[in-house]
Ligand binder design. Structure first.
Ligand SMILES: [Zn+2]
Length: 80
């Protein structure tokens, strides 16, 4: 899965949950890795209707930099 923080393609919005999404040629319209446990989308990891945004460059950079990352990396698991 792609990371929103490093994705350089066009970022759209999912019409089902209102969160960022992107499209690749193999899978289609889908969500980002960071949204693993952080969005309730009925179609996750795919995404609903694709909504195009006329991003302001600064806004897009802020969204990418500050988007919460809820992907379950092993390093985030509590120590036993
Ligand atoms: Zn969605």
């Amino acid at each position: 899965m792609a990371s929103i923080k490093t994705y350089t393609g066009i970022i759209t919005i999912c019409g089902s949950c209102g969160q960022p999404s992107f499209t690749d040629n193999e899978v289609g319209h889908q969500h980002f890795k960071e949204q693993w446990d952080g969005v309730y989308c009925p179609r996750y990891p795919l995404a609903g209707e694709r909504i195009q945004i006329d991003w302001d460059e600064m806004s897009l950079e802020q969204v990418k930099a500050e988007y919460p990352d809820t992907y379950p990396y092993s390093s985030k698991l509590p120590a036993v």
